[in-house]
Design a protein. Structure first.
Lengths: 318, 318
């Protein structure tokens, strides 16, 4: 066993125990039991330094972010997370880095109750490959493609904080303690697993906002073969966005990604029941627009003027 | 959509269709149906240039090898392959390279009847992340840990050809056409999926030989808490090994990896039935030794002398 295989000792015992894992790390492959009458949901991501994170970030935050941005894709399908594999390529064996990184993985998989079921460690340029697994009862899966004309568009929380933090990496214009606060939105996203039960019941389509509301709502519309009309005034701007970037606040919220809030649609006939359920669940969401026939996204500004939104997202660090 | 997201167009339509894929590439995650009364089997690998392959190899071969070495892990659990995800990190968009690489992926997933269900493409140093999924009926899963004292040890085919090819990369001593022949063992491994039905029925433990018979049989023994006795004369040396590396042939077969044959154990009481079934299935295997109490691997040479085998494997290109 070489030193890179030994790396796995950092991850061997951090996994929450789950009874559906018949065999975890240590054999040729993992053996897993999917719950009867459930659909398996799988998403895979690779994270590269300078694209998805900066190498100077705390390793535990890099790890948390790698796990949670992948888990956000499960939430967007209405799936409860259950397992994860980690393929880690590292330029060198740095014990201090590894201890902190594995602590971040541990915290994230514990928070989401996922078992770490396998992995691979290799020598090479830093690359973090995460595959996450979730399950959802038959017929309760939610796709991007289910939105229909007339459906109401919601967003699960404030937008723009992570993009403001990215912006501030360059111009460093935000004083403490707001700087730390805003930066935590970028480093420490929380996938909206709390929305899963309500989405399964009411949502016609869901997407997670990783590239920006404009780009991701456009993905949803393209998949559903519909268009959308957004009310500019209804877009939930993060309070710190209004404090530090008034002039650009709407643009940052529309085109800045990395918030990992969910954007979803609910049929108009169900909205009243849905909002009652939201209130009962102690959640809060923002009604931002309506699905319409056609294609593309129209945005209605404060003067009731309509313009077509460019579906571009942020290029992270490029 | 940036150019790296567009890369996925190379892979979008190459996947075999499967009815158990409810939703493949294109949403936040894939939706999959696991067969009732089957265990899900998952293995993940990342392949790095200079460690698992050389960048000057034909892209289609790099792709084939990346898929098939991962699939070999499924065979070692008795699992039939069904799905795959591909996380591809590339330094640049090289259309010619991508076309050839996707052709290699296509050939491999077609040969193994796996659907490509998801992926991710990112800019960065070349890294190929493959996660493969298989299924096996309940109770027919085979682990490394099931070998018991008295079980007979088998190998599914000739060993050493791939390691000889690796060796020849350095000293280039083998003339054509044997050079091409031997090299194809390294570039184009065939995972032994043909053995799955028999292994499910008869094997007490299985491992695939990626690091070398010595190292991998040792993994099996450690997992099973047993030792092994190998008959040196019984080790199936590849014919070209005997032709070009007589003096080192046994060492290359023992310590050279990358053949992706299977090493497995069968309880002594079942061996007769097993061998009859092997013959009926038109397969061929080699009986190489016996599982014993204790730990470590003893090898019995032609003079009936016993020595302890060092469980080391090859370091590929280091």
């Amino acid at each position: 066993m070489n030193e890179f295989e030994l790396i796995y000792s950092y991850f061997r015992d951090i996994s929450p125990k789950r009874s559906d894992v018949l065999l975890g790390i240590g054999d040729d492959a993992a053996l897993l039991r999917v719950e009867p009458n459930h659909t398996l949901v799988v998403s895979t991501d690779s994270m590269v330094s300078g694209v998805h994170f900066l190498s100077q970030w705390p390793p535990a935050d890099i790890a948390w972010r790698a796990v949670m941005t992948a888990v956000s894709d499960l939430a967007a399908m209405g799936a409860t997370p259950c397992w994860m594999t980690l393929a880690l390529t590292l330029p060198e064996v740095d014990c201090e880095w590894l201890a902190d990184f594995s602590r971040g993985i541990s915290t994230a998989i514990s928070a989401t109750e996922m078992a770490l079921i396998g992995g691979d460690t290799t020598k090479g340029p830093l690359n973090i490959g995460v595959t996450v697994f979730g399950q959802v009862p038959f017929q309760q899966e939610i796709k991007r493609s289910g939105a229909r004309s007339g459906d109401i568009i919601f967003v699960s929380g404030y937008l723009g904080a992570a993009a403001l933090a990215l912006k501030n990496l360059k111009n460093n214009a935000i004083p403490e303690p707001d700087n730390t606060k805003i930066f935590s939105h970028l480093l420490h996203p929380y996938p909206r697993l709390d929305w899963i039960p309500l989405l399964r019941r009411y949502a016609s389509a869901v997407i997670d906002i990783s590239d920006g509301l404009s780009a991701d709502l456009n993905h949803l519309c393209v998949s559903s073969q519909v268009g959308a009309r957004l009310e500019q005034e209804a877009i939930p701007l993060h309070p710190l966005l209004k404090k530090y970037a008034v002039a650009e606040a709407v643009d940052i919220a529309l085109f800045g990604g990395d918030d990992y809030e969910l954007c979803f649609t609910v049929p108009a006939t169900q909205v009243q029941d849905f909002l009652a359920a939201v209130s009962l669940a102690n959640l809060h969401c923002f009604q931002v627009g309506t699905i319409i026939d056609g294609a593309g996204i129209q945005i209605i500004d404060e003067q009731k003027n309509s313009k077509t939104l460019e579906p571009r997202g942020y290029q992270h660090f490029n």
